[in-house]
Design a protein around this ligand. Structure first.
Ligand code: GLN
Length: 499
């Protein structure tokens, strides 16, 4: 009977999911029915999960929300999908995202934008009269599905903030784990040195349970952290946590002074101050810290991510991968051979094209030293900044040293510089279309959204965004907790304290 109840709950929840999805557009694919083989002994049997559309699933299409992969179904499941399925989690669909994960608002999707399901209490409940705001991106569908109650957990990917930003905008929890802790095998690459699979959840406990299932070494993923490295970091992390088990006064939290750039909306500072006050009330030591290379992180990120993206996107040539668009009949001979050009012009959206151009330029012989190499140098400085403030050594560094007791266990900062931006109504969108087509102003504005999330990505550190209450405009805002590499359990623990 427990099994029957679980099955019927799932089927009726699928109906509800379809109904909600009409408004939110969080899922780009919902199956007709969910595999009824419910095993109530499995740890996640009662945790329906949505999977971001750039993570391969054998039973559902994987399109990266791009016209390029329309109708593509992978012949295999990504390791993370296999792990979820063996833990019994029912998969309720594929989540909308910015095309190939490139974006911060979930506006660059071939399936249309995701509408943030959150609504200030004071507003009307009629959907047509609601305030329409972006869900954030690129894992906007995953965050919105959780925020709308379609599923308690969703998988996303985070290259420069794509889990933490939508989690903050939608008022849910989002974990980007340490780079290499969760397998990327079967995940469509955007920028391999930064890409992480992460978890969005209704609360920290759901995220923690799912993390326990997914955080495993995978020999198929060459960037997966090896078991001895994991063990070393985990032991360091658990030892450190015993110091503040009985009294939180042993826990030291650092507030990086550089994480309040000029673009920060002052309205979001109230919730952050409250979180700090609450932590101090329970005995936590909060200290200011400096991460001086932070102002260079955003530029370095966009150079590195675009360079890697331009190389990864080369495989969509209309021949081996992706849709094929043939030149029209009657095209002259030179053009007729250009399947590559026709396919890519038609099938990639504006942001993906922009990244390919930006990245290809950064990798040209003329620009390489000034852009790509310079960005790699900045990345090194960012990593070193973090290692100088944490009291725990980075196990990935040879000759690891730690700052000792004066350092901090974790860092705390706002997840985003503002609450979710409004979706312009159609008429405004048309007016702005010239701005959109030259692409400059609008995309630079979008890129700034990531200013607080990219440093942890460049350094490969675990970071979790936890809802911190409402800003002055009555929309949610998150705070992020960042820890040393491999200290994912610690950031989860601190997130629990904040929650
Ligand atoms: N917004 C960032 C970008 O567009 C991050 C995207 C991501 O994390 N996938 O590159």
């Amino acid at each position: 009977p427990r099994q029957c109840r679980a099955i019927s709950r799932l089927q009726s929840s699928l109906k509800a999911v379809n109904a909600k999805n009409l408004d939110v557009n969080a899922l780009v694919y919902v199956p007709q029915c969910i595999n009824p083989a419910v095993d109530t002994d499995l740890p996640l049997y009662d945790v329906p999960v949505a999977i971001k559309d750039n993570i391969c699933t054998a039973s559902m299409p994987t399109t990266c929300s791009s016209s390029m992969l329309t109708g593509f179904t992978s012949p295999f499941d990504a390791t993370v999908v296999e792990l979820l399925q063996s833990a019994g989690a029912p998969i309720i669909g594929k989540a909308n995202c910015d095309e190939f994960g490139m974006g911060s608002l979930n506006m660059y999707s071939s399936c249309g934008p995701v509408v943030n399901p959150y609504q200030p209490k004071s507003r009307t409940t009629a959907w047509s009269e609601r305030e329409r705001r972006y869900a954030g991106g690129s894992s906007g569908g995953s965050a919105a599905a959780v925020a709308a109650g379609m599923c308690p957990v969703a998988l996303g990917t985070d290259t420069g903030g794509s889990i933490r930003l939508p989690a903050s905008y939608c008022g849910v929890v989002g974990l980007k784990p340490s780079y290499g802790i969760i397998s990327r095998w079967g995940v469509v690459s955007f920028a391999d040195s930064l890409d992480c699979v992460g978890i969005i959840g209704q609360n920290v406990d759901y995220v923690k349970r799912t993390f326990g299932i997914l955080s495993k070494y995978d020999k198929k993923d060459l960037s997966s952290a090896k078991p001895p490295t994991r063990t070393k970091a985990r032991e360091g992390c658990r030892n450190a946590m015993t110091n503040w088990q009985s009294s939180l006064s042993g826990l030291r939290v650092g507030i990086p002074q550089e994480y309040f750039p000029a673009e920060t909306d002052r309205d979001i500072l109230g919730p952050l101050k409250q979180v700090i006050k609450n932590l101090q009330k329970v005995g936590v030591t909060v200290v200011p810290v400096q991460l001086p290379s932070t102002p260079y992180a955003l530029s370095a990120y966009y150079v590195i991510a675009s360079a890697e993206a331009s190389s990864n996107m080369a495989r969509y040539d209309g021949i081996q991968y992706g849709l094929r668009v043939d030149p029209p009949p009657g095209a002259d001979a030179r053009k007729a051979a250009d399947v590559y050009g026709y396919t890519r012009t038609q099938c990639f959206g504006p942001e993906v094209k922009r990244r390919i151009l930006l990245g290809t330029y950064a990798l040209t012989a003329d620009a390489f030293d000034n852009y790509f190499l310079q960005a790699q140098r900045v990345r090194k400085l960012i990593r070193a900044d973090f290692d100088k403030v944490f009291r725990h050594a980075n196990v990935l560094m040879t000759g690891e040293t730690s700052v000792g007791p004066e350092g901090v266990d974790v860092l705390l900062h706002p997840s985003a510089i503002r609450t979710a931006p409004p979706i312009p109504d159609a008429s405004i969108a048309v007016e702005n279309s010239s701005k959109e087509s030259n692409g400059l102003e609008s995309s630079l504005e979008d890129y700034v959204q990531d200013v607080l999330t990219v440093p942890a990505s460049l350094a490969g550190l675990p970071a979790i965004s936890v809802p911190a209450g409402l800003a002055d405009d009555q929309w949610p805002i998150g705070v992020s907790v960042v820890g040393q590499w491999g200290y994912d359990e610690m950031v989860l623990r601190v997130a629990e304290i904040i929650e």
